[in-house]
Design a protein around this ligand. Structure first.
Ligand code: ADP
Length: 300
């Protein structure tokens, strides 16, 4: 298999042209590993450098200027009460909001140093590198195989298609359950299996980043646990940003946590980043009283 969409040295405007990427690194950053004493003082690569990103839908300001960095091979959880802009935040990272009427983004989203909203940027290329999975499993009404093969086929990856499909299903921890029924309809799978299929579909073209928008909120506890296991397993290959309203889930899977809330700004309430830190800090020693109230269940 020669195709590698994770080659970050390629330009976002056209994968075929020469690299001009800057890999940004940061000083040692705390991760969830700190909890079990295995934290290593390694420089973390910055995947997203988000600078003063604000979002409007028409006249409604959904997100106040937000500045944070998202690091490679970590799970970054986005938490906060309903309506605080969690979905808006992650959907803005791969331009999923572009088609929303009235959507307007201020500031900058730098992805490996490239402005995701730059004029020369190819949106298809952005989506290829930054995949997204939604709350409700949404497999195509096609076979299990064709769901996973869909994106590779669209990208002309005809050779080794079976191998791509198998690899994606393995990485999504679904292969063992479906290897004998690849031609069955995806809709015959359980909800949890359908969601893992959607993850397999998203990773079939080896993106760099996986955005998960409340991926387990429509699932039962057993299926939820398997999605959480999957996040932990997949982070060695992908950078994961997950929206969740489930605090326990964030505590179980996240390395870093961004807590958003609704702040009174002028006459309206606007989604605002309140605190961003490693999961240990957010859940055990948050600096902001609003974070503490939220994670202890006293608010939201
Ligand atoms: P959360 O994910 O935290 O529940 P959202 O990002 O969905 O929050 O919503 C943040 C704000 O943006 C809300 O006021 C919501 O009504 C508004 N909003 C979200 N999506 C749209 C849209 N497609 N069109 C207009 N307003 C939207």
């Amino acid at each position: 298999m020669s195709f590698d969409a994770r080659d970050r040295s390629r330009d976002l405007a056209d994968v075929g042209i020469r690299p001009r990427v800057r890999i940004q690194t940061e000083p040692p950053h705390e991760s969830a590993n700190a909890r079990n004493g295995t934290q290593q003082a390694t420089a973390r690569e910055v995947v997203f450098d988000i600078r003063n990103m604000s979002v409007h839908y028409g006249d409604n300001r959904a997100l106040d200027a937000t500045t944070l960095k998202i690091y490679r091979n970590l799970v970054t959880a986005v938490i906060g009460p309903s309506g605080c802009g969690k979905s808006t935040f992650i959907r803005s990272l791969n331009r999923m909001n572009d088609s929303v009427p009235g959507f307007r983004l201020g500031g900058q989203v730098l992805y490996h140093g490239h402005d995701v909203y730059g004029t020369a940027v190819n949106r298809v290329e952005v989506r290829r590198r930054i995949g997204i999975v939604f709350q409700r499993p949404n497999p195509f009404p096609k076979s299990i195989y064709d769901n996973v093969a869909w994106a590779p086929r669209n990208l002309g990856m005809k050779a080794d298609l079976d191998a791509w499909v198998k690899q994606a299903l393995r990485h999504a921890a679904l292969w063992d359950e479906v290897q004998d029924r690849l031609r069955d309809s995806a809709l015959s799978l359980s909800g949890g299996q359908q969601q893992r299929l959607c993850i397999a579909r998203a990773i079939a073209i080896e993106p760099d980043v996986l955005l998960l928008d409340e991926p387990a909120s429509a699932l039962d506890p057993v299926a939820t646990a398997s999605i959480e296991d999957l996040m932990r397993a997949l982070k060695s290959r992908y950078t994961i940003v997950v929206v969740t309203h489930n605090m326990q889930q964030a505590a179980r899977v996240a390395d870093h946590v961004a807590f958003f809330s609704l702040d009174q700004i002028g006459s309206g309430r606007v989604g605002t980043l309140i605190e961003y830190a490693d999961a240990e800090t957010i859940f055990r020693a948050p600096k902001d009283a609003r974070t503490r109230d939220y994670v202890t269940g006293q608010f939201g």
